[in-house]
Design a protein around this ligand. Structure first.
Ligand SMILES: Nc1nc2c(c(=O)[nH]1)N[C@H]1C(S)=C(S)[C@@H](COP(=O)(O)O)O[C@H]1N2
Ligand SMILES: [Mo]
Length: 477
């Protein structure tokens, strides 16, 4: 039900949820769902006092709805109906049982004898039955949670210990920072896997079976391809450092990361499949039914579009798309970066629309040139003297040419740039500011290698990425 809800979230609600809860949006959804269910439980309890069948009907409807929705989710079958039915059956049983205790005093005593309900209703039996039920449910859910966690660890353990070596860089050493790329320490040039932002619609991690998992490449191609994980591992691979980011990132936001990705070039796979010249988009579908589409050209224009299996020297983790995901330099994740990818279909724009497009996000979504101030930290008080202001800038596919910093409404000052590692990776910058005590407004802007400076115009993330200059107040004491 939660996933179904996520899939039908309108754009304004998605933005509101991210603004309010950030990456805790799923926790918020779960709390919301539990509250809603609790609310309905109270209502059906109250209704039951007057009309038992109506109360039971509410629970039955919940069960049927839950079952219908679950069994229709991607990669689910009718079996997914069972938990909801089971839950509804127990709910009905508990409701009728407890309502008996409560409504006993309404019933005339037919046989003379000791009253079974001395307080008007049998509070003692009610409390004892209710606590037994709560305890049993708690034990059941603990057991089921445990089984689920075991399943997830099995999936994690199904990944190989190490990746096939493809270059002298290809081991954990590849995650070592190239010299000159790191000119301040607060933001690592290579984002460690554990700190890499995670954005997806999955309420629980997909249940991947690596033995049966396949990547299908089909649609408008001459020879459809079906690749197992082993097939991918034995193919020629590349390793590239690419910065990916999320369209939902506000100016100055955290949903960006830079990793060393290892994978098979999409161009190689598509050339082998032989694509129809009328195909316009490459449409990715994940194991959990999420979709996105990007132009065919992005696979062939020389950028390193790939089916990635490795991230920073390790097999991609389940959170980031194990066994394989798509990485396309220069495009926001929501149009390109299918995690847990299951199929790539060559098709036209009118034949298929990616997940977020009908919800009001742009079909075409190249990453916008942006820059961010990371140092000093927000609200950090610094003492007067030479102050290092530093951060990152990115303009994937175009490259960062220049970064400038402005104090209050002064002139723009050129910042020192770190090594120009590649156009597809972010670039660190640093600016030294000799400050007297006071409060300053710091702004940053980047210019890409085409000579275009990021726009000052402030716009929201929707429909195709936030714009504006990152601005930070600096308190010098
Ligand atoms: N299957 C699936 N893949 C997905 C998504 C998703 O919701 N489901 N979200 C996309 C978005 S919006 C982004 S920004 C990137 C984020 O990748 P990460 O979580 O590895 O950082 O994954 C993309 N791939
Ligand atoms: Mo995203």
């Amino acid at each position: 039900m939660g996933s179904e809800f996520i899939d039908h979230t309108p754009k304004w609600l998605k933005i509101l949820a991210i603004q309010l809860f950030g990456t805790n949006d799923k926790v918020a959804l779960k709390v919301g769902m539990i509250s809603t269910i609790a609310g309905f439980a109270l209502v059906s309890g109250a209704i039951t006092r007057r009309n038992r069948n109506r109360g039971l009907a509410i629970i039955a409807v919940f069960g049927l709805l839950g079952g219908a929705v679950s069994s229709n989710r991607p990669s689910q079958s009718v079996i997914a109906f069972i938990p909801s039915l089971f839950g509804a059956a127990i709910g009905c049983w508990a409701l009728s049982k407890f309502s008996t205790f409560i409504s006993q005093h309404d019933r005339p005593i037919e046989t003379p004898g000791e009253s079974r309900a001395p307080l008007g209703w049998d509070r003692r039996r009610f409390i004892s039955a209710a606590s037994k039920t709560v305890l049993t449910s708690a034990i059941f859910s603990a057991v089921i949670n445990r089984l689920g966690n075991n399943k997830i660890s099995d999936i994690r353990n199904s990944a190989p210990e190490s990746l096939p070596k493809i270059s002298q860089y290809n081991d954990l050493a590849s995650t070592k920072t190239p010299s000159g790329a790191q000119i301040f320490s607060e933001t690592p040039f290579i984002t460690p896997n554990k700190d890499f932002y995670r954005i997806d619609t999955a309420l629980s991690l997909p249940r991947i079976n690596i033995k049966t998992w396949k990547l299908n490449i089909g649609g408008m191609v001459k020879t459809p391809l079906t690749l197992s994980y082993q097939d991918l591992l034995t193919r020629p691979m590349v390793e590239r450092t690419i910065t990916i980011c999320c369209v939902s990132n506000e100016v100055g936001g955290p949903y960006i990361g830079n990793a060393v990705w290892q994978g098979v070039l999409l161009a190689d796979l598509l050339t082998e499949a032989g694509i129809d010249s009328r195909a316009e988009q490459i449409f990715g579908t994940s194991v959990d039914g999420w979709t996105c589409g990007f132009p065919v050209g992005a696979a062939f224009d020389g950028r390193d579009a790939m089916v990635a299996i490795g991230m920073n020297g390790e097999p991609i983790s389940l959170e980031h798309g194990y066994p394989a995901r798509i990485i396309i330099p220069g495009l926001y994740g929501y149009v390109s970066a299918t995690k847990w990818v299951q199929s790539l279909e060559l098709t036209t724009w009118s034949q298929a629309e990616g997940y977020w497009v009908p919800l009001g996000w742009s079909r075409d979504a190249p990453i916008k040139t942006q820059s961010r101030i990371d140092v000093p930290r927000r609200d950090e008080k610094v003492s007067a003297g030479k102050i290092a202001i530093a951060g990152v800038a990115w303009a994937q596919q175009r490259g960062v040419e220049k970064v400038e910093v402005r104090i209050d409404s002064g002139a723009w000052n050129i910042a020192t740039l770190a090594l120009d590692f590649s156009d597809d990776t972010w670039r660190q910058w640093k600016y030294e500011f000799n400050a007297k005590p006071g409060e300053y407004r710091i702004q940053v802007r980047a210019t890409d290698k085409t000579g275009e400076t990021q726009t000052e115009e402030v716009s929201r993330p929707d429909p195709d990425g936030a714009t504006g200059y990152h601005t930070r107040t600096l308190k010098v004491i």
